[in-house]
Design a binder for this molecule. Structure first.
Ligand code: OSB
Ligand code: MG
Length: 370
């Protein structure tokens, strides 16, 4: 049990090595909120996975900042002596806003674990010290450029290639990548760009031996996903639709997916992410760790999560160099065999480098105990 004395919020911006385009938008810079929580015993870091725009979810940086500074941080600062098991209760008066909540949930947990000298991996119940890495490839300007990017990532050792798709270029692009690489683990992610009227596209993709089709339909359409899953052989995987362990259970029981992408930020933090894992595992549904182009802070927590036993598919846990020329932390590197080490130090096991953090900071606000 400890008391939170201060919450430091900052908005940071890091240029991406190449623009990342999805069916809902393009990003050239990673811009996110980082929180540093100070308790009586330690400090901890949390990275918010919200984006600049409300394209992936309803949450976005400017809104998440208001939710944290206006409601969540004050609740934490006035909560008295608490442990991470009390956090859900501390935040219970705020509906939704999982990405904003996760930022402080994870930062508090990091501080608690640092004080106890325990790693996040140990806390979550990790069973591996290295995890298999995949890479998510944004929508390219041409098929040639896509093939070139894919070859480069395969040469680096990535064990699964995920292609972002959108209506119009989908079948041709995915077919070209499959023809050039008949044996690789290949998946696609539509970020909800399709409807059941696009059944022909899914029937064509179904012929390409894909590992999964991620989030083809609107995030609220669990029933339509179940209908689609019945029509094709390829496993559907849900990302945007899985906002909590309760939704994961609903999606699985409805037959809306056979694989779950777990992003801790999308479900309100690391402990809820573990509960999603447990729900899927109990139903024999494989999970993998999604990504939101995180800096080293978020990456460290993703790696700990990806080391849990139900994570049997390579995650979007790519090396720092896939995103940034200069990460906030020491760079995460992938071995040529396509695996990455799970951090072992106390808490998330990494710390932003002060000089790089200062360079990347766009906005800073400190909230102290009343
Ligand atoms: O849908 O998985 C997604 C990035 C931003 C928003 C949504 C998604 C993604 C990715 C990137 O696919 C995965 C990564 O962090 O490498
Ligand atoms: Mg996705």
């Amino acid at each position: 049990m400890t008391r939170v004395r201060a919450v430091e919020l900052r908005l940071v911006g890091l240029p991406l090595v190449r623009p990342f385009r999805t069916s809902f938008g393009v990003e050239t810079e990673k811009t996110c909120i980082l929180a540093r929580v100070e308790t009586d015993d330690a400090h901890g870091w949390g990275e918010c996975v919200a984006g600049v725009d409300p394209g992936f979810s309803e949450e976005f940086n400017a809104g998440a900042w208001l939710a944290i500074a206006g409601f969540l941080a004050p609740a934490l600062l006035s909560a008295g002596d608490i442990g991470s098991a009390d956090i859900d209760r501390v935040f219970s008066s705020v509906r939704g806003n999982p990405m904003a909540k996760a930022t402080l949930v994870n930062a508090f947990l990091d501080a608690e674990l640092r004080a106890a000298g325990r790693s996040l991996a140990e806390h979550l119940g990790a069973v591996q010290d290295r995890v298999a890495c995949g890479v998510s490839v944004g929508i390219a300007s041409s098929t040639e450029s896509l093939l070139e990017q894919v070859s480069g990532y395969l040469a680096e050792g990535y064990r699964r290639i995920k292609l972002k798709i959108e209506p119009g270029t989908d079948i041709e692009r995915v077919r070209a990548v499959r023809e050039a690489n008949p044996e690789i683990l290949l998946s696609v992610d539509a970020n909800a760009a399709y409807t059941l009227a696009d059944l022909d596209v899914f029937r064509a993709l179904d012929e390409l031996g894909l590992l999964m089709i991620e989030q083809p339909l609107h995030h609220e359409d669990l029933l339509d996903h179940a209908v689609l899953q019945e029509q094709i052989g390829t496993d559907l995987c849900l990302d945007e639709s899985i906002g909590s362990a309760a939704l994961a259970r609903a999606a699985i029981e409805l037959g809306a997916c056979r694989i779950v992408n777990i992003k801790q930020g999308r479900v309100g933090g690391l402990d809820e992410a573990k509960r999603v894992h447990d729900v899927a595992r109990a139903a024999d549904v494989p999970v993998w760790c999604g990504g939101m182009l995180e800096t080293g802070v978020g990456r460290a927590s993703n790696l700990a999560l990806a080391a849990l036993p139900g994570f049997t598919l390579p995650g979007d846990t790519s090396a720092s160099a896939r995103y940034f020329t200069d990460d906030l932390t020491a760079p995460f590197e992938m071995a040529p065999d396509g695996t990455m080490a799970v951090p072992t130090g106390p808490g998330i096991g990494v710390e932003p480098r002060p000089d790089r953090l200062a360079e990347c900071t766009i906005r800073l606000e400190r909230l102290d105990e009343e």
